[in-house]
Design a protein around this ligand. Structure first.
Ligand SMILES: [Zn+2]
Length: 117
């Protein structure tokens, strides 16, 4: 990245600001945004997914829990029986995938801290 500013010919300096990255001139106001990163992929908070009590202990729910926890059906059934139970922890980009699985299966769960996506 040794590009020169097309306006004033000073060096262009890479920058990252919030969700954008790009290059900007070291001298004048010229800049180019090269990447926009979705905020969810920048969010490095660790979220905790808690399986709430009151879910029915049936095969479809067990399958979803198994998929999320990576455990077999026996363990997954125990999560349901021992709810509330922590079934996952991860960054937003990982949690969003689990959230869609839980939502589409009508599983009762909560995420803390509040999950804004
Ligand atoms: Zn410039």
């Amino acid at each position: 990245m040794n590009d020169k500013c097309p306006v004033c010919n000073h060096d262009l300096i890479p920058f990252t600001e919030g969700s954008t990255t790009g290059v900007r001139c070291s001298y004048c106001d010229y800049s180019i945004v090269t990447t926009y990163i979705e905020p969810i992929y920048e969010d490095d908070n660790i979220y905790t997914v808690v399986l709430e009590a009151g879910n029915s202990v049936d095969m479809s729910t067990i399958k979803v829990i198994s998929k999320i926890t990576g455990k077999n059906y026996i363990f997954s059934k125990q999560y349901l029986e021992n709810a509330p139970a922590i079934i996952a922890k991860g960054i937003a980009a990982e949690i969003i995938e689990m959230k869609s699985q839980l939502d589409s299966s009508n599983v009762k769960y909560s995420i803390s801290p509040e999950f804004p996506y």
